[in-house]
Design a protein around this ligand. Sequence first.
Ligand code: RTP
Ligand code: MG
Length: 141
Amino acid sequence: MALERTLSIIKPDAVAKNVVGEIYSRFEKAGLKVVAAKMKQLSKQEAEGFYAVHRERPFFGALVNFMISGPVMIQVLEGESAVLKNRDLMGATNPKDAAAGTIRADFADSIDANAVHGSDSLENAAIEVSYFFPATDVYAR
Ligand code: RTP
Ligand code: MG
């Protein structure tokens, strides 16, 4: 087990549903600490850059449009095996496939409006954290 950091985004649908606190509570109960956070309305360019790995996929335009449809809550989570732990808390990409008790099972409406983003590897976590936060805005706790 190793102390890791991962990037989490509470997407526009979940911010609009007013469940930011509910989702933070799940992070905290699982032993993940919020070590950086900000609410932000992403520009089209920022959303396209963030999801650039998916730019050739058929759902890219819909994904970008959804991510800029309202403000998002962006946070860095720190803890033992934080990358995998956050992915477990999130559940499967499509809420129809998400296990009971996961964030997506409880709060997501569809594969597009699926409540949360989480880095999928330690390598991508480092890239994604630095995409949104300068090192001085991430607080060791
Ligand atoms: P995320 O990056 O947002 O944490 O989601 P993920 O790893 O579970 O899924 P990923 O494959 O990275 O896809 C990114 C987002 O694109 C949308 N998507 N739509 N229509 C489709 O087949 C499809 N596949 C993916 C989802 O909103 C997903 O969260
Ligand atoms: Mg992903």
